[in-house]
Design a binder for this molecule. Structure first.
Ligand code: EZ4
Ligand code: CO
Length: 402
C-alpha cells in the first residue's frame, strides 16, 4: 500500500481548522488535525510545500519511521509549526492503520484501560453569581469536573470569559484584541470565587482553574496557597513555561496540584518538569505535540513519575484531534482528565464523528480507525477567516504574558 495523495484542507465552520487527508492507492484514507490557532496558514504551507511531496509513494504503515523521517529529516527540530504538521501526518497514518486492521485505534494502542474518558467543561461568567449558574449547568449535564473562570472586578475584560457560554471562541479578531491585566486585582479576587463554588457544590466536584501563564512563580505560589482550602484538582499554566525551573519554586510553597503543557510541542518542553515531579498533570495534545506517537512517548515518561495526562481540548483542536485524543486517553494507564469544550453545530457537520458524550464521560468510536471524517464539499463552503488570540497589557500599557 502506498500514499498517492496528501490533501491539506483549510476550512472555517465558525472557526479555522487545518486538516490533512492522506489517501492511499487502495482508496483507504486517514485524517489528521494540523490546526495552530492564529497561525493556521503557516502549518498549511509547511504541509503543502514541504511535507506532502515527500510522502507520495511511502508505505503508510511505517508510522514511526515517517515520524523520525519528518522530525530528523527537516534538520530544524521542534517548534509549534513543525510539530503540528508532523502531528497531522502521524495521526492520519494511525487512522489508516486502524482502518486497514479493522480496529479502533485504541485497540492498536494496547486496548481499553477504562470504561470512559472523564472530561471537564468550562464554566465562565463575568460575576461569581453568573459562574455559579454555569457550574450548575455542567453538574446537571453529568460533568464530574468543571473549570471555573470569572471576570476580575476593576478589569473590563478577561481572557476565557465570554458572553456566549457553551461555544466561546478566544480567537475573536484578525488583529489581536487587547485586554488590560492586573495581578493585584486577580489575586485578590480568585479565592473568593472558589469559596463560593465549594460552598454551593460541596467537596467532591472536581474544580479546576486556568491562570493562562499570567503570574510569576512566587505569585503563583501565593495563589496556590490561597486556594488550598478549596482543594482544586489543578491550577493550570500558573507561569509562562519556557523556564522549567520556575515550577520548583511554586512546588515548594503549595499543595495545589499543577497542570501545564497546552503550548508545549515536544517531550523536551516538559522532560524536567516530569522527571523532577514538578507538575501533576501534563496537558500536551495530539495536534500540538507531534501526534499520537509522540504524545504517547510523553505520557509514558509521565507515568514513571506520578504525572497524569490532562490533554488540552479547546475548540481550536478539531474533532479529528479530539477523536485521536480519546483513543489515547482510554488506553494509557496514567490518564487524568480530558478538556472538552464543545464544538459548534457547523464544526460538527464538517467533521462527522462517532465519539459521544454520556454522563460526564466521552467515549471513542468503536469503528475502525479514529472514527471521524471530513465532508470536503461542506468544508469548501467555509473559507478561511484571519483570527488571532488576544493579548494582555498591564494597566500602564506594558505587554504582559498572555
Ligand atoms: O487558550 O485553546 O485550556 N484551554 C485554554 C484555551 C487556549 C486556546 C488557545 O488556542 O487555555 O482556551
Ligand atoms: Co489553558
Amino acid at each position: 500500500m502506498n500514499i498517492v495523495d496528501v490533501r491539506v484542507i483549510v476550512t472555517c465552520p465558525d472557526r479555522n481548522f487545518v486538516t490533512v487527508k492522506i489517501v492511499t492507492d487502495e482508496g483507504v484514507y486517514g485524517l489528521g488535525d494540523a490546526t495552530l490557532n492564529g497561525r493556521e496558514l503557516a502549518v498549511a504551507s509547511y504541509l503543502r510545500d514541504h511535507v506532502a511531496p515527500v510522502l507520495i509513494g511511502r508505505d503508510p504503515s511505517r508510522i514511526e519511521d515517517t515520524w523520525q523521517y519528518l522530525y530528523k529529516g527537516a534538520y530544524w527540530r521542534r517548534g509549534p509549526v513543525t510539530m503540528s504538521a508532523i502531528a497531522a501526518v502521524d495521526t492520519a497514518l494511525w487512522d489508516i492503520l486502524g482502518k486497514v486492521a479493522g480496529l479502533p485505534v485504541y485497540k492498536l494502542l494496547g486496548g481499553r484501560s477504562r470504561e470512559g474518558v472523564t472530561v471537564y467543561g468550562h464554566a465562565n461568567g463575568e460575576t461569581v453569581d453568573d459562574v455559579l449558574v454555569e457550574v450548575a449547568r455542567y453538574v446537571e449535564m453529568g460533568y464530574r469536573a468543571v473549570r471555573v473562570q470569572t471576570g476580575v472586578p476593576g478589569l473590563a475584560s478577561t481572557y476565557g470569559v465570554s458572553h456566549d457560554k457553551m461555544f466561546y471562541e478566544p480567537a475573536d479578531a484578525a488583529v489581536p484584541t487587547e485586554n488590560v491585566w492586573s495581578t493585584e486585582r486577580y489575586l485578590a479576587h480568585v479565592p473568593s470565587v472558589f469559596a463560593r463554588v465549594r460552598a454551593e457544590f460541596g467537596p467532591t466536584l472536581r474544580l479546576l482553574h486556568d491562570v493562562h501563564h499570567r503570574l510569576t512563580p512566587i505569585e503563583a505560589a501565593r495563589l496556590g496557597k490561597s486556594l488550598e482550602p478549596y482543594a482544586l484538582t489543578w491550577m493550570e499554566d500558573p507561569v509562562p513555561a519556557e523556564l522549567q525551573d520556575g515550577f520548583r519554586l511554586i512546588r515548594q510553597h503549595t499543595t495545589t496540584p499543577i497542570a501545564v503543557g497546552e503550548v508545549f510541542n515536544t517531550i523536551w518542553d516538559c522532560e524536567r518538569l516530569i522527571r523532577e515531579q514538578l507538575i501533576d498533570y501534563i496537558r500536551t495534545t495530539v495536534v500540538h505535540a507531534g501526534g499520537i506517537s509522540h504524545l504517547r512517548r510523553i505520557f509514558d515518561l509521565a507515568a514513571l513519575h506520578h504525572v497524569r495526562s490532562g490533554s488540552h481540548g479547546a475548540t481550536d483542536l478539531s474533532p479529528v484531534c479530539m477523536a485521536a485524543a480519546l483513543h489515547l486517553d482510554v488506553a494509557i494507564p496514567n490518564f487524568g482528565l480530558q478538556e472538552y469544550m464543545r464544538h459548534t453545530e457547523a464544526t460538527d457537520a464538517v467533521f462527522p464523528h462517532g465519539y459521544h458524550y454520556a454522563g460526564g464521560y466521552l467515549h471513542p468510536a468503536e469503528t475502525p480507525g479514529l472514527g471521524v471524517d471530513i465532508d470536503e464539499e461542506l468544508a469548501a463552503q467555509y473559507p478561511y477567516r484571519p483570527a488571532s488570540l488576544p493579548l494582555n497589557r498591564l494597566e500602564d500599557g506594558t505587554v504582559h504574558s498572555w
